[in-house]
Design a protein around this ligand. Sequence first.
Ligand code: TYM
Length: 338
Amino acid sequence: MTNREIVVSGIRPTGDVHLGNYFGAIANFIKMQHEYNCYFFIADYHALTTHPDAKELPIFVRDALSIYLACGLDPDQCTLYIQSHLPQIPELYLLFNMLAYKGELEKIPTFKEKVRSQEALGKSINAGLLTYPVLMCVDIIIHRAQKVPVGKDQESHLEITRTFANRFNYMTGSSFFPEPYGFSYGNTLLRVPSLDNSGKMSKSEGNPSASIFLKDEDKTIRQKIMRATSDSGPTVPNQTKPDAIANLFDLLRLVSSPDTVAHFDEQYNQCTIRYGDLKKQLAEDMVRCVAPLRERYQAIAADTNYLRRVVQEGGEKARISANATLQGAKELIGLSYF
Ligand code: TYM
């Protein structure tokens, strides 16, 4: 275990986990746990930057943990914990806030997007939202991770994480923190589109019928897919696919066999495709993918003792690693006296 590369990733408990989270992140976690030294967590502090509702948080945390386990994360193969169970994270976050500049944080695209969406809801922008990338950087470097399995939307956060890690190394004349990079077995980081062609699938923002949640019943999945935005045409052979159709094909590639994708591609290129048929096939393949996860989720979510044990044991392991990093970083900064 000790000479394996270190991997960290997490999910924010701000709503129901969807297929974007699954294919963009969790599906990679499942495979990586057998090949790397993996730390996977639930980013409850991050949830508070936009969802400070104490009634919902415990429900979403339990859900996210149950989904992790239902998808196949094995507490014997990886370390599973809750972010707020590691007191070393806020301490290192405080130190890294001294290394992060207001101007660079304000320029990060995800901050600008969050400002827009919070303001649209009439909500205020708290300082935690501005320093969100500092906290995310600390989540990653607290175990000195090299690989971070995430979706494409997290790219700018990884770039700034490398900037902060390098800045720390430069300021302390060390090479204490490695440079972490995004990771996906498919090589490029994924972006799973929403069903209404309005962007990516998401937990909390936007239209809930445009995302497939891992808790969705078969009937709901079929309804959502049949109502997904499509288009007319094509009218000319081998025409470039319009965005809405390209999205349906992207989804098909995630859940259907290569033969099925090739079959509909050929029909598209010959102008014989019927989008109703494509959607029916897509819906069935999605049901086949989601139904077993949902059933396992339901059984696991009901077992409070098991969930508690998983995060207690995971927290203990994660705190040992986090403590070693924090003490090393404090010494390099000069915070060690007498
Ligand atoms: P969050 O909770 O928004 O999403 C969790 C993971 O799912 C990925 N994802 C997607 N991938 C493809 N297509 C989509 N439509 C899609 N939607 C979400 C995200 O990229 C992410 O990998 N900031 C993070 C949580 C976090 C974190 C970290 C991640 C906090 N600290 C440290 C990695 C390492 C977030 O909001 O993810």
